[in-house]
Design a protein around this ligand. Structure first.
Ligand SMILES: [Zn+2]
Length: 341
């Protein structure tokens, strides 16, 4: 009876985000897009002024019948190395379309390339992420799966000996927040640097780069694609919603929070920055942490932005009978359609 529920509700309702999409002319659209990108980058904590050397190096290589699996490392920033898996299909000598695969919570990049936490082959049924990086490689994409900051090999020293599924999300996120930075911002910048790395590879067609991510990786995929137009097609799985109905109403990891963001825009506006590039929204109708009704409302709003740009054929949804998990029913064909044609 003395709780702050009503107060919090009013606080959200009285917020009038400046970049709520309400655009009639192209000049208004460009102001909306460029203005939102600028403020979004700022609330994420900003990016370094100068991009440091990538210094890519291969640290491990393993041969599979259909693909070569490499563990590589490159530098996002000074003292910020990114280990990543590259899965290179064997069939082709031509330049390949490439997909950046962003994992969600779990034991890190190994979990989506078919490996156990100890690096051995995972021959059992995959979990909610369904080995989607491996699935993409089997379909002929060169896939890169960066270890997201705070997971697996990118946990803090104090967490390195904990269970594989335990992350450093909390400690890194809260540390960054006190310095005006965000985990989301660092993960987005790491992904931008991953595209920089792909640009250095002579086996990648830089004009055919896609991104796919689930859950926390869906955030990274959606936010990075919103800001970096080098990504030509995206699949966001198990994430699309409003901030209000998901991370602001149901318990979520602190790595989701970007101070002040909702004063400027809600999630559909952010994802609308991806338009008119191809975007598929995948969501389970029983996802308990990203409720489907809000997903559908968010999708309708993003779709309006595509319609404004006369690009309604570039957006689609796969609302499937399932929980917080990858579907794949439309996803792999969607990337084929837009990146292999
Ligand atoms: Zn987290």
């Amino acid at each position: 009876m003395w709780g702050p529920d009503k107060y919090l509700e009013n606080l959200y309702e009285s917020t009038k985000p400046k970049f709520n999409f309400d655009v009639r002319h192209m000049d208004e659209y460009y102001r909306w897009r460029d203005g939102l990108r600028e403020v979004f980058t700022r609330v994420l904590g900003g990016f370094p002024k100068n991009r440091s050397q990538l210094n890519p190096r291969i640290v491990e290589e393993k041969d599979y019948p259909d693909y070569l699996l490499q563990r590589i490392v490159y530098d996002s920033d000074i003292d910020l190395p990114i280990p990543a898996y590259v899965l290179k299909p064997k069939k082709s000598d031509e330049k390949l379309p490439a997909i950046i695969a962003c994992h969600g919570h779990g034991y890190g990049s190994k979990e989506i390339v078919g490996l156990n936490p100890d690096g051995t082959d995972n021959l059992s049924e995959p979990g909610y992420q369904k080995n989607f990086a491996l699935e993409l490689a089997k379909r002929g994409f060169l896939v890169i799966a960066p270890e997201l900051l705070g997971f697996g090999d990118r946990r803090l020293e104090q967490d390195r000996n904990k269970e594989p599924n335990e992350s450093s999300c909390h400690m890194i996120s809260t540390y960054l927040l006190m310095l005006g930075k965000t985990m989301a911002g660092l993960r987005v910048y790491d992904t931008i640097r991953t595209i920089d790395y792909l640009e250095t590879r002579d086996d990648v067609d830089i004009n055919r780069i896609g991104c796919m991510g689930i859950s926390g990786g869906g955030l990274v995929c959606g936010f990075t694609t919103a800001l970096d137009e080098r990504i030509k097609a995206a699949i966001i799985s198990g994430y699309t919603n409003t901030f209000k109905d998901s991370v602001m109403s149901i318990w979520h990891c602190v790595d989701n929070f970007v101070p002040g963001l909702v004063n400027h825009a809600e999630m559909p506006d952010i994802l609308g920055l991806i338009a008119p590039r191809p975007l598929l929204i995948e969501s389970g109708t029983s996802d308990p942490i990203f409720p489907i009704e809000a997903t559908k409302r968010a999708f309708a709003k993003v779709k309006k932005i595509y319609e404004f740009l006369d690009a309604q054929d570039k957006i689609d949804s796969d609302f499937f009978d399932g929980q917080h998990e990858i579907s794949g029913a439309k996803a792999y064909d969607w990337l084929d359609k837009w990146l292999k044609a």
